[in-house]
Design a protein around this ligand. Sequence first.
Ligand code: KG4
Ligand code: ZN
Length: 344
Amino acid sequence: MVKKVRAVGIETSCDETAVAIVEATEQGCMVIAEELATRPDEHGPLGGIVPELTVRQHLELLPRLTSRVREKAGGNGFSVVGATSGPGLAPALLVGLAFGKALAWAEKSSFYAINHLEGHLYSPFVSRGNWPMYPHLALIASGGHTLLVDAVSSQERRIVGTTRDDAAGEAFDKLARMVGLGYPGGAAMEKEAQKGEVGKYALPRPMKGDESCDFSFSGLKNAGRLLLEKQPELALPGLDRPHFCAEAQAAIAECLADRCRQALEKTGRKVLTLSGGVSANQTVYRMLEEAARRSGAKLLAAAGGWNTDNAAMIAAVTARRALDQADSNWEVDADPRWSVALRP
Ligand code: KG4
Ligand code: ZN
């Protein structure tokens, strides 16, 4: 008989509160129900994520979202629960982890503590209903992380490149805030850039051509700040701001593409995956697709709503653990700096 697993995933590593139920077999994984809530209006005016607010939000929303996904899933039970236990914001992680353990205990199901970044690594595959295929090279580009991971097998992952300062999403957010596009500003910057032209203003491409596969975005942020000090009109709505945004977006995308090409050449991988919030950006997607093509590889990006943080990716990793009959890990605590792969 085909073994089928119904898994609940809980995600509270940052400001999104998310719960999902997936159904999985060895053949693949399907989302049955999903709920996600975020309150950028509360954090935005404060200029970033406020830990105290996220905790209150998660505490308030988790029971409600869980009831909703269970209803949507037809009231049927589940055999396993997984909750993100790192990396992320410690107080936010603690809420989701405690809630997940309590839910699993009450339902007499097994429990797994899941690495948030492993969820991102799964998302390009599971967003298409498949399990990850190995080996592949993965770029995770989000608000908190910019990581190049050589995924050799399900058991062996190595970090081949990481950011030396800001994450790619953080670079989008900081540059967007400088020109008054709010927080988080990545999507708003992409929209503004559509009306602009690359090359009207000059911004640097840090680390481009470097021997390592590392990233650095703080120089780009500083160059943006200096340019805006000289030409404050670039930060105002009007004709010039789109040009600034187009240049900033192209600079970030080019850096990502160049570092991926370097890593593809070093590792010889033929599949490059892309996940994390920045993977929603079309310019980034196009440049990475081109970089992969030039290295004889294929790009596989997280589809649809799987780019940004979600609970379906956590439920999918949970289901995989259950199918592999891994031992429950009730004893695992929240770990804000939990690494998803071996460091060099
Ligand atoms: O993966 P994610 O939802 O959360 C983290 O784990 O950080 O990523 C959020 C990041 C933010 O920095 C946001 O500005 C960025 O992804 N982002 C984008 C776009 N959509 C989200 N950056 C560029 N273009 C976008 N369309
Ligand atoms: Zn994330």
